[in-house]
Design a protein around this ligand. Sequence first.
Ligand SMILES: Cc1cc2nc3c(=O)[nH]c(=O)nc-3n(C[C@H](O)[C@H](O)[C@H](O)COP(=O)(O)OP(=O)(O)OC[C@H]3O[C@@H](n4cnc5c(N)ncnc54)[C@H](O)[C@@H]3O)c2cc1C
Length: 380
Amino acid sequence: MFTEEQKSFRDMLRKVTEKEVAPIASRIDETDEFPYELAELFGELGLLSLWVPEEYGGAGGDLTTVCIAKEELGRASLTASALAANNSIGLILPVLHMGTEEQKQKYLPISASGKVITAIGMTEPGTGSDVRSMKTFAKRQGNDSYVINGQKSWITWGGVADYVLVFAKTSEGTSSDSISAFLVDTKTPGFRVGRKERKMGRNGAPNHELFFEDMVVPADCMLGEEGTGFKGCMKILDLNRPTVAGSSLGLAQGALDTALAFAKERVQFGRAVSQFQGMQFKFADMHMKTEAARALLYSVCAEIDSGDHSRLAMLGAVSKCYVTDVAMEVTTEAVQAMGSAGYSKEYPVERMMRDAKLNQILEGTNEIQRMIIGRNLAAA
Ligand SMILES: Cc1cc2nc3c(=O)[nH]c(=O)nc-3n(C[C@H](O)[C@H](O)[C@H](O)COP(=O)(O)OP(=O)(O)OC[C@H]3O[C@@H](n4cnc5c(N)ncnc54)[C@H](O)[C@@H]3O)c2cc1C
């Protein structure tokens, strides 16, 4: 399934995960503090700039590579997994797919430096699944600038980001061509970080409200033409959704491994609980689902990496929805298989179960993914 290069990348990351990530995963969850040490390490390892082509100073890489990274890190921590390749959605993919050559020359090397954190701002208090109902507005001012006013919510890394990809209306109405995309520098006056959300999981990956108050940004930070932001955003989401699946696959595998190791040691009725057929059936189901999810995800990656994007929306939705649903089932069963130990913070599976829930919600809820899949089937 993987090339030799991808296998050695995976093996390297497995070691990094065991040595650097697993030991601090529970602390990150409990303190809910942004793991600056991981950001630095990931920057050095090139994990913040995966997918930046070599010609722009990056490590190259493709969707498969990103998913390998997400899966390996996800075995120990969803937060670490989300941080790796996080710049894909905030900067790399938008600039690659919507930017001019000048913007690529400007932003991609910045990302390749491994020192920037980016965020993507679509959601607002009244705007979740229905992106077109957003209220944030960017008003053109002369030829050279826009003035942005509005509010975004739930923005991952928004409080620590150097750049935020902000989606804003540039004309009235709810049509898709009323939305444009701006890559804004968070040092710009008028940008303000608001409340930090208190969450069920993925702690350490902070979510903040962001405010834009008469924030004047240069017109050349707009990605794509005015009014093409929505379309561009949908393509980026389609490309990025398999990476959410990658993180969830890691969670499923991590939870299964932990529960199985525990069951081999835990003795009840004079036998290791892994010897009971009822438990073996449970583990068999968890294993089958995880393997099926892995096969689906990497076949989707291979098709997209081949350059054939004719089924992009469908593949993004199918992989995101299926694998994140599997991770929810497997992590929940892992807790069950460990009994009270599964429910305890002494073990990682309760955290994995809380974290797995998130990936069924973000980057388009799984109801929205089913809508995309159903629509594509009905239209075919
Ligand atoms: C931890 C976390 C991190 C996030 N990070 C970011 C980020 O970095 N940037 C960003 O912009 N956003 C981010 N979000 C927001 C996230 O993308 C939204 O929460 C998500 O898109 C759903 O929007 P909503 O929560 O407003 O739910 P709503 O859209 O209000 O949906 C509520 C329920 O209705 C269902 N529903 C809605 N419409 C339909 C429909 N047409 N058919 C059937 N069911 C429907 C949904 O599936 C859901 O179950 C984050 C959210 C969380 C929790």
